[in-house]
Structures are given as C-alpha cells and as structure tokens.
Design a protein around this ligand. Structure first.
Ligand code: ADP
Length: 243
C-alpha cells in the first residue's frame, strides 16, 4: 500500500476486516448499577470500545446561583481515561472532550424530564475506559441507561451508533480503523420510540441517497440497541417490580 492510499477495508467476499457484514454492529454488552457510590451507573461496550457512565442527582448544588427555578440542570463530562488509547492520553480535558461533553448533553436533554426536578442539578460522568471508535455514541447509550438506573424520569431511552462509508460501502458501527481510513463517519443518536434524532454529525461526504440509506441503517440498528437497553433495565429491576 502506498503512502496516502486507502487500505482495503472491505474484503473480496464483501465482509469487513473483523468479519462483520456491512449491516452488523460489533458485539454489544450492557450492564446497569455497576457502581455502588453513584445514584445510577451503566457499563456499555461495542466491541473493544468500553464506556462507564455514572449519574449523581438530582441534587441541590453547592453553588446555589447555578440552579434554574423551573427545571434541573444537566451537566455532562465526557472523559477519555489516559489508558483508553494506544498511546497514553493526557488526563487534562481536551477541546475534543469539551465539545463531546456538549454534544452528548444535547443528545440527552430532549428526553430527560428536567421540569420534574426544579432547582436541582444532575451530574453525568462518562468515562471512556477503552477507545476503538464510536465512543460518543457508546457514551450516549451508557448515559441514558445510567440516568434510568438513577430513577430519573425520561420520555424515552437514547441509543447511539456511528454509520460510516468505507471503500464506497455504507457500514454500521465503525471501529477506529474504519473511522480513520473511511470516507465518511456519521455518528447518530435516536430516541427510537419517540422517533427523535437527538445527535447527528457527519464527517466526510455522502450523497443524498447514501445519507437516506445511512439514516435507515442507523434507525434499524438503534431500534435493536434500544430493545437491549430496555431488557438490561428490566433484568435488573423486574424482581423489584414484582415485590
Ligand atoms: P468517536 O470515539 O465518537 O468515534 P472520534 O471520531 O473523535 O470520536 O474518534 C474516533 C476514535 O479515534 C476514538 O474512538 C478513539 O479510538 C480514537 N481517538 C480519539 N481521540 C484520541 C486520542 N486523543 N488519542 C488516541 N486515540 C484517539
């Protein structure tokens, strides 16, 4: 392969480097209530991308001037652990992490019923333990589970996945190599029951037809992810509900 050339990410048989078909997400794992000291928590992995989310609140903030009279304030911190990447990442918040914290907050705000908790603050921490592409979308998925685990009222769960274009083919749930060498990366998050898109970004170029197809692939995948989220919560709480 010459310098600057795109590596072959789709094999002759149409599968990807890790054997997945274009429409396949990576193996997904979800757990809730994984931390004792947080009000709510969740652990979610999409392949090698592993993310922990923790929620504190709703609680009265120490700085009283920060509250709003009619609703809770949602604060989000997205952080990549120094050991989450091949090379040690600086623990100090980067511009990318500050931007992603805002993007993730905006992806969750439409579903959290903040009006039920006036004059309070909800703090959400997203810690990327291992990064292999799709950390913002895995972060959103873990975050909405952690909010539900904290008992915070929501209109729906939010689920995220990134669709990419590699060697001219649209693929679901891109990993780091596909993100790095692919032609396009489209992270999306949806509240599938409400039919709401709460996060949509596009890096690279897609034709109008490709964009429509990519949105359809995201929706189809996220309906399944949302179902898995619901199942994970039910498994944890169904025994409580039966009492
Ligand atoms: P996302 O993780 O949501 O896909 P990006 O597209 O910005 O966000 O990053 C793609 C991937 O690149 C990350 O998942 C991670 O594997 C890698 N990456 C991002 N930032 C860094 C960094 N500072 N050091 C090493 N790898 C990084």
């Amino acid at each position: 392969m010459k310098y600057g050339e795109t590596p072959q990410l789709i094999k002759e048989d149409g599968t990807r480097l890790d054997g997945r078909k274009p429409e396949d997400p990576r193996p997904i794992h979800m757990e809730v209530g994984v931390l004792e000291n947080a009000d709510g928590s969740a652990y979610v992995s999409f392949g090698k991308t592993r993310v922990l989310a923790a929620v504190y609140g709703p609680r009265e903030p120490i700085q009283k001037y920060m509250v709003l009279p009619d609703r809770a304030i949602l604060r989000v911190r997205y952080h990549m652990a120094p050991f989450s990447t091949g090379e040690r990442k600086s623990p100090a918040p980067s511009r990318r992490e500050i931007e992603l914290s805002k993007v993730i907050r905006e992806a969750l705000e439409p579903v959290v019923i903040t009006e039920l908790y006036p004059r309070t603050m909800i703090d959400l921490f997203i810690e990327v333990l291992q990064a292999d592409g799709g950390t913002r979308t895995t972060g959103v998925t873990a975050a909405s589970l952690a909010l539900a685990d904290a008992g915070i009222a929501m209109r729906d769960l939010v689920s995220g996945v990134a669709i990419g274009k590699v060697n001219g083919v649209l693929v679901v749930d891109i990993d780091e190599v596909e993100d790095m060498y692919g032609e396009a990366d489209m992270p999306a998050a949806m509240a599938t029951k409400l039919g709401l898109v709460t996060l949509l970004q596009l890096n690279g170029v897609l034709t109008k037809e490709e964009f429509v197809q990519a949105m359809e692939m995201a929706k189809k995948t996220l309906e399944k992810v949302s179902e898995m989220q619901r199942k994970t919560l039910l498994e944890k709480y169904s025994s409580v509900l039966q009492v």
